[in-house]
Design a protein around this ligand. Structure first.
Ligand SMILES: C[S@@+](CC[C@H](N)C(=O)[O-])C[C@H]1O[C@@H](n2cnc3c(N)ncnc32)[C@H](O)[C@@H]1O
Length: 360
């Protein structure tokens, strides 16, 4: 039996999740992969959808769609739940919480929520653990009922005990690596590495290490999957040319500690961006320089120095960097182009690209 899933990623990055799905689905041509705003939907067996929880590196959540219906009157909510046939999918002692989002619709979100809770109480009176998180999204009266497969955000990998104030989410680091088309046989450098997110995720992705240090739990109790077991994961660690540097000693110590936990072999250096030296050629610089917003600092010189590093020290490398300000991006190189725009930490940021200045 096949189901429809919806995997979530910030709007603007859907193509990276689509790339991953094309790579991991066993029959991508018949999976009806469809980009939607803020995610990608696809068809797969329940078992395969759940396996993807362990494989995909770019989504923050994966939802299993249980039913859709036009919701104009209260009784429509009841028929949506009846159609979804929850008692077949979940154990009788299950309990549920439900998030409701309603926009441009006749029925208000709080009303839909209290009605849904009453329906669930009647369907599952025992109401014990395990508990599942349902989501009912209503847009222009069209209701979509889903259950979240992951029990915690998928970007929490389990290796990051310590992080800086402006660190990048782990799934976004993977999405950026896909966008800049970095290949493991190329050198990679993050000269503003902070807690080490980009180098560590690059290493784990390149070596095909498990996405998280411990697998997701909640889904194992979904009824049809009682016999499901996660297949053993092959470990392939490799010596790779992955570099992270930062001017702050604390950042390097934090990166080293995180990398140890993540089993990632990275070359870390404490260095301001202007002092970075590298003998390798044809690499990729992928980085997230400070935006200057939090401390109200002028960071113009940091962006100029990144431009100089690219032009004078690493001219054969391709440069990709994130910033919310076009003006700062132009200080790096007046010819930069934005190749993606997405929300991050409450701001819209662009991933800018500056091609290599010269072949080695
Ligand atoms: C936005 S944070 C990077 C966050 C990182 N991507 C992460 O996920 O943790 C920017 C980093 O740039 C470093 N930095 C600021 N100015 C620098 C400079 N001139 N040279 C090198 N590093 C610098 C800061 O210490 C900070 O760790």
């Amino acid at each position: 039996m096949s189901y429809r899933f919806f995997s979530i990623i910030p709007p603007g990055l859907e193509s990276t999740l689509e790339t991953e799905l094309l790579n991991f689905l066993s029959a991508p041509s018949s999976s009806k992969i469809r980009k939607e705003i803020g995610g990608v939907s696809f068809t797969a067996s329940l078992q395969e959808g759940i396996m993807l929880l362990e494989k995909l590196r770019t989504p923050s959540k994966i939802l299993l769609r249980l039913g859709t219906k036009k919701l104009r009157r209260m009784k429509d909510i009841e028929s949506l739940f009846n159609r979804a046939n929850l008692q077949k999918l979940f154990p009788a002692q299950s309990s549920f919480s439900i998030d409701v989002y309603s926009q441009k619709s006749t029925l208000r979100g709080d009303i839909i929520k209290s009605k849904s809770k009453r329906i669930l109480k009647a369907l599952f009176p025992q109401n014990k653990n395990p508990s599942y998180l349902l989501q009912l999204r209503v847009n222009e009266n069209q209701g979509v009922l889903s259950v979240q497969l992951n029990d915690g955000p998928l970007y929490k990998r389990g290796w990051r005990d310590r992080q800086g104030k402006a660190s990048l989410r782990e799934n976004l680091a993977c999405a950026l690596l896909i966008l800049c088309n970095w290949k493991p046989n190329q050198p990679l450098l993050d000269p503003f590495c902070g807690s080490g997110t980009i180098p560590i995720e690059a290493y784990r992705m390149a070596c095909d290490l498990p996405t998280r240090l411990s697998p997701q739990r909640n889904w194992t109790t979904l009824l049809p999957l009682k016999q499901h077991t996660v297949p053993p994961i092959k470990f392939k660690t490799k010596p790779l040319l992955i570099f992270g540097s930062d001017q702050e000693e604390q950042a390097i110590l934090m990166s080293e500690e995180n990398a140890r936990k993540a089993a990632a072999l990275i070359h870390w250096h404490k260095s301001p961006v202007e002092d970075v030296h590298m003998s390798h050629t044809n690499g990729v610089i992928l980085t997230n320089p400070p935006y200057g917003l939090r401390l109200g600092k002028n960071v113009d010189s940091v962006y100029r120095k990144l431009g100089q590093l690219h032009q004078h020290t690493l001219p054969s490398w391709n440069l990709f960097f994130l910033t919310p300000h076009k003006r700062l991006a132009k200080l790096v190189n007046s010819n930069v182009v934005s190749i993606a725009r997405f929300p991050q930490g409450g701001l819209w940021v662009d991933l800018y690209y500056a091609p290599q200045h010269a072949k080695p």
